[in-house]
Design a protein. Structure first.
Length: 181
């Protein structure tokens, strides 16, 4: 089976968080087309757990026009590609003020593979201590709080948590909690 080949690429837009490119492609049958791709660096999402409590952040998500609860997550500034483990510690500290003695990698997620190259790593943070958050200017409206497991699951079921990465990360957590064999 053939693959799609890139013939030409041009950058359409760039800012501190992403680039948008338009690629001229050749499909396996030989026909040409155009594909638009949003390029963003790897992100880290952190599920911070203290026994059966989980730490979430809430912020206004401009594209949705809504405030949403989700797990702390993000990329390095200026589209830098940081080591995922270091990025996970950074995001947790930045958004919540929490520091973790253990950061277990649970798996990888693709954000929107039909339009974006961005991939992310999901972590479980434990051995937590509290400190001051170090939020970026864009995160000034962010709130954070602890929730019991049953409350997190209720929020997901009832549509209070709709962030796809947070819900997928929760699924990875549940799979990692299952005994193997």
């Amino acid at each position: 089976m053939g693959v799609i080949r890139q013939l030409q690429s041009r950058e359409v837009y760039r800012n501190n968080w992403m680039t948008l490119r338009e690629d001229t492609i050749r499909r396996p049958d030989g026909t040409e087309g155009i594909y638009s791709v949003i390029d963003k660096p790897t992100y880290a999402l952190v599920i911070a757990r203290d026994e059966e409590r989980y730490h979430l952040v809430e912020q206004f998500r401009y594209p949705l026009g809504l405030r949403r609860w989700e797990f702390p997550q993000g990329t390095a500034p200026d589209r830098l590609d940081l080591d995922p483990d270091a990025l996970a510690h950074r995001e947790l500290r930045e958004e919540t003020g929490l520091r973790a003695t253990s950061m277990q990698r649970l798996g990888q997620l693709d954000v929107a593979a039909g339009m974006s190259s961005q991939r992310g790593w999901v972590y479980l943070a434990t051995g937590l201590s509290e400190g001051e958050h170090e939020r970026e200017h864009e995160e000034q409206d962010m709130h954070s709080a602890w929730f019991e497991r049953a409350e997190v699951e209720r929020m997901m079921r009832e549509g209070e948590i709709t962030d796809a990465q947070s819900i997928a990360a929760w699924a990875l957590l549940l799979l990692n909690e299952r005994p193997t064999g």
